[in-house]
Design a protein around this ligand. Structure first.
Ligand code: C5P
Length: 404
C-alpha cells in the first residue's frame, strides 16, 4: 500500500514555465499509487507537450472540451466526477482569475466549475513572477478562490525563471505530493496544537567535539508530519539531524538537552499534546572546554566528568498544564529488553498517561519500526510498518484518548 493507492487525481496544467516541474509531480503521484488524468490548457501546451504528460501518466491527455473520445460529449462532467481530487499545478495568475469568475470557455476551468465541491477538493499550486504574485488583483483572487472552497497550497520563494528573486515560484513536486497525500488523511486533530521533540541531542565537550547518539529523528519527524496531516498545528523541536522539515510544521532547531528543554517549555503553554520522541542524552560533560582539548604527546588522556541532563518529558509532565489535564503527554521508551515491564515502569516514573515502547537497536536509523502502546488500560501493539504509517496510527490513538 502506498499513500495514494486507489486515488484518482486530475492534474491540471496551465501556462507557466513551472510546467516542467509538473512532469516530476505526475511521476510522484503515480509512484504513490494514484491514477492521474492530465488536463492541459492551450497555454500549458506551449511549455510542455501532451506527449510527455501522457507517457508519464499512462493516459491520453485532455486539452479540449470538444474532445470526441467521451461518448456523451461531456468531458467536464466525466473527468470531474471520476476525480478524488483536482490539483492545478502550475496555476497561472490568469487561471486563478478565471476560477474566481467562474469562466467555462475551456476544459480545465469548465471542469473546475463543474466539480462536485463537497466531494472533490480543488488544490491550487500558484506559479508566477513575484510582481504578478504580489499584485493586489492576484492576492484578491487568491482570497476569493479560497473563500469559494479551493485550497491554496502556497508558493515557494527564491530565484525565478525571469531572473528575479522573490515569492511566486511553484512549490517543489515533493512538497505538492506531501500536500496531496495530507489532503486525504482524516482530520482527527483538527484545531489541536501538538508539540514534538525529535532526534538526538549533542552535548559539547569542546568547540569541535561532543557526545551524541544514533537517533535519526525519523520517528519524531514522521509524528510531526502525521499530526499536521491530521489537522493539528505542529511545533517540532529538533536535535541535530539532516531531515527535511515536514510541510506546514514549525521547526525549532536545538543542539543540547538544555536548549531542547528551553525550546520545549516555550511551546508548552500553547500545546494540547506533547510527544517526546527525542533521544535526549542522559548526561553531559560537566565542563565545556573553551578551546579544543589538545593531545600533547605525553600519553595523558583527559578525564571527563559528567553531570545529569534535565528530563524534558518529566519536567513537562509536572507542568501545571499537564497536571490540569489540558496537555496530554506521551513518552517513548527505547529498550533493548523487557520492553513491556520497562515501559510500564517508565510510565509511572515520568508521570505520563501513555508510553510508546520500541526496541532501540531495531529502530535507530531504520525506516520502519514496531510500537507498543502502554497506558492505564494495558498494552496495545502496532505491528511493524513504516514509521510514517505507525505515526499516523499513533496520532489516531492519541486523538481517541483525548477525545478529539
Ligand atoms: O528516561 P528515558 O530516556 O528512558 O525516557 C525516554 C523518554 O523520555 C522519551 O520520551 C524521551 O524523549 C524522554 N526524555 C526526555 N528528557 C530526557 C530523557 C528522556 O524528555 N533527559
Amino acid at each position: 500500500m502506498t499513500d495514494l493507492t486507489g486515488k484518482h487525481i486530475v492534474l491540471g496544467l496551465t501556462g507557466g514555465i513551472a510546467c516542467y516541474k509538473s512532469a516530476e509531480l505526475c511521476r510522484g503521484l503515480v509512484k504513490e499509487g494514484a491514477t492521474v488524468q492530465v488536463v492541459m490548457t492551450e497555454a500549458a501546451e506551449q511549455f510542455i507537450t501532451a506527449v510527455t504528460m501522457q507517457a508519464l501518466s499512462g493516459r491520453p491527455v485532455y486539452t479540449s472540451q470538444w474532445d470526441a473520445r467521451e461518448p456523451n460529449g461531456m468531458p467536464h462532467i466525466n473527468l470531474s466526477r471520476e476525480a478524488d481530487a483536482i490539483l492545478i499545478a502550475p496555476c497561472s495568475a490568469d487561471f486563478l482569475a478565471r476560477l474566481v469568475q467562474g469562466r467555462a470557455d475551456e476544459l480545465l476551468s469548465l471542469l473546475c466549475l463543474a466539480r462536485p465541491a463537497e466531494r472533490v477538493p480543488l488544490l491550487i499550486a500558484p506559479a508566477m513572477n513575484r510582481e504578478m504574485w504580489a499584485h493586489p488583483a492576484t492576492q484578491r483572487n487568491m482570497a476569493q478562490c479560497a473563500a469559494d472552497g479551493a485550497r491554496i497550497l502556497g508558493v515557494g520563494t527564491g530565484s525565478q525563471a525571469c531572473g528575479e528573486t522573490g515569492d511566486g515560484r511553484m512549490l517543489e513536486p515533493e512538497q505538492l505530493l506531501e500536500d496531496v497525500i495530507a489532503s486525504f488523511q482524516p482530520k482527527a486533530l483538527a484545531g489541536r496544537r501538538v508539540l514534538v521533540t525529535a532526534g538526538p541531542t549533542f552535548e559539547a565537550l569542546d568547540p569541535v567535539r561532543g557526545i551524541t547518539n544514533l537517533s535519526s529523528g525519523k520517528m519524531g519527524f514522521s509524528i510531526a508530519r502525521a499530526a499536521h496531516e491530521a489537522g493539528a498545528q505542529v511545533m517540532l523541536v529538533a536535535g541535530p539531524v539532516s531531515l527535511a522539515t515536514p510541510r506546514g510544521v514549525r521547526r525549532v532547531d536545538v543542539k543540547s538537552a538544555r536548549q531542547m528543554l528551553e525550546a520545549t517549555l516555550g511551546g508548552v503553554p500553547a500545546a494540547d499534546v506533547f510527544i517526546a520522541t527525542a533521544a535526549v542524552a542522559d548526561w553531559r560533560p560537566a565542563e565545556e572546554a573553551r578551546h579544543k582539548i589538545k593531545k600533547d604527546g605525553s600519553g595523558e588522556v583527559p578525564h571527563v566528568r559528567f553531570t545529569e541532563n534535565p528530563d524534558i518529558l518529566a519536567t513537562v509532565a509536572r507542568h501545571e498544564r499537564a497536571k490540569s489535564g489540558a496537555l496530554y503527554c506521551v513518552g517513548f521508551a527505547a529498550e533493548s529488553h523487557d520492553l513491556v515491564s520497562n515501559a510500564q515502569a517508565k510510565r509511572a516514573r515520568k508521570g505520563v498517561p501513555l508510553i510508546v515502547g520500541n526496541i532501540g537497536p531495531a529502530t535507530f536509523g531504520q525506516d520502519d519500526n514496531q510500537l507498543l502502546l502502554v497506558d492505564e488500560r494495558g498494552v496495545q501493539e502496532l505491528p511493524r510498518a513504516s514509521k510514517l504509517v505507525l505515526a499516523r496510527q499513533l496520532v489516531a490513538e492519541i486523538a481517541r484518548r483525548i477525545g478529539a
